[in-house]
Design a protein around this ligand. Structure first.
Ligand code: SIN
Ligand code: FE2
Length: 205
């Protein structure tokens, strides 16, 4: 059973929720990356992100000089994003229900890859059409410090250590909370080696 930690109104960490499924999740990530490779995308301002990204599901989140958005096709390959593995869906639904969001049905999964020094600056997830659905975020591999702030960028974020198998869910009053990831410390993890993988399940449409 996962230990439930409330980190804000509508925001929860399920400690160790996916530990037993971590290898299965990681295998699925490797299969996806073989078809839709990890890449560093460019922000509308012209900066290359330090996080490497890919996607699976009906829609994938992308950024380029034209802006942040969801697309049905991978711009690198011109093909549809690989389908969402059943294990992502099943665990995403179970985790969200446990956090109090029954009926979550994600159509998109952003997959982030962090190496030593990689960070993700504070941002809101707001390219989705329906803010009624939560964000469900799985951590695999190296530990990280998740930054979880408030509705304003200026709110000092809480620093929440995350380990492989932890799941963070935020919705409701926290749906538009600013969040990010502190620079990853160099280390080695038996599952992923020298990186951290994060799966972010969303209902984009
Ligand atoms: C994200 O906000 O897209 C990722 C968060 C994380 O890597 O934990
Ligand atoms: Fe995010």
């Amino acid at each position: 059973m996962a230990r439930i930690e409330r980190i804000g109104e509508g925001a929860t960490v399920l400690r160790g929720f996916a530990i037993e499924d971590a290898a299965r999740l990681f295998d699925a990530v490797c299969a996806i990356a073989a078809v839709a490779p990890f890449r560093r995308m460019v922000t509308p301002g012209g900066f290359e992100m330090s996080v490497q990204m890919t996607n699976c599901g009906a829609l994938g989140w992308i950024t380029d000089r034209k802006g942040y958005r969801y697309e049905r096709r991978d711009p690198e390959t011109g093909e549809n994003w690989p389908p969402m593995p059943a294990v992502f869906l099943e665990l995403g639904k179970r985790a969200s229900a446990e956090a109090g969001f029954a009926g979550f049905f994600p159509d998109s999964c952003l997959i982030n890859r962090y190496e030593a020094g990689t960070l993700l600056s504070l941002h809101q997830d707001r390219n989705e059409r329906d803010f009624g659905a939560p964000i469900v975020s799985f951590s695999l591999g190296l530990a990280a410090v998740f930054l979880f702030g408030g509705a304003e960028r200026s709110h000092r974020p809480r620093r929440i250590p995350l380990e492989s198998g932890d799941v963070v869910i935020w919705g409701g009053a926290s749906r538009l909370a600013f969040h990010g990831v502190a620079p990853l410390s160099a280390s080695v993890h038996p599952l992923t080696g020298d990186c951290r993988i994060n799966l972010t399940l969303r209902k984009a449409l």
